[in-house]
Design a protein around this ligand. Structure first.
Ligand code: AMP
Length: 193
């Protein structure tokens, strides 16, 4: 099973991806997680990405496409993967198509979580509070200023990715405003799981 989860920041992609990981035994490939790991490890990629990420902007297509091209070739991705947070631009979607065609891999589903924009900031603030309560560190971009930039980036650069897949006839949409378990059930139904 190879699938893409699309949706704005705070839509619940990460939560649903975790559940799909358990159900299908395939890895979640989150470019956000990979970039945060690169920042933490102090790699050259992390150094390039940090300030853009902290401000809520998008890291260059070249960097994220390179990360994904390497990651999908790893052994644990042989049986499939869930892309979370990638592709975020039409250029990334086209690069992914080319990459999958080269490696003879197809996508089984592209699922978009549709969420009322007014609910998103509240969800991000809750994520930050839950993280503190669990003793973790709040993401540098989970604050209202960076969130606004992230939402603008989503509207301008990522919403066209949904249109790209809709044109190809492969996009499936789920109401992300439902309770988490109901969203999971809807995704399961779409995937025939
Ligand atoms: P996320 O954890 O998916 O919200 O990603 C956190 C941040 O990492 C984003 O706000 C971007 O700065 C960067 N990022 C993650 N994935 C991508 C991507 N596919 N393209 C460009 N930037 C990305």
């Amino acid at each position: 099973m190879r699938l893409i989860l699309l949706g704005p920041p705070g839509a619940g992609k990460g939560t649903q991806a975790e559940r799909l990981v358990k159900k299908f035994g395939i890895p979640q490939l989150s470019t956000g997680d990979m970039l945060r790991a690169a920042v933490k490890a102090g790699t050259p990629t992390g150094a390039k990405a940090k300030s853009v990420m902290d401000a809520g902007g998008l890291v260059s297509d070249e960097i994220v496409v390179g990360i994904i091209a390497d990651r999908v070739r790893e052994a644990d991705a042989k049986r499939g993967f869930i892309l979370d947070g990638f592709p975020r631009t039409v250029a990334q979607a086209e690069a992914l198509d080319a990459l999958l065609a080269r490696t003879d891999m197809g996508l089984d589903a592209i699922v978009e979580l549709k969420v009322d924009e007014k609910a998103l900031l509240g969800r991000i603030e809750k994520r930050a509070r839950d993280m503190v309560a669990a003793g973790g560190t709040v993401r540098a971009d989970d604050n209202p200023e960076a969130f606004k930039v992230r939402l603008d980036a989503y509207r301008e650069q990522t919403a066209p990715v949904s249109a790209y897949y809709a044109r190809k006839g492969t996009l499936k949409t789920v109401d992300g405003m439902m309770p988490i378990d109901d969203v999971t059930k809807s995704i399961d139904r779409l995937l025939g799981a």
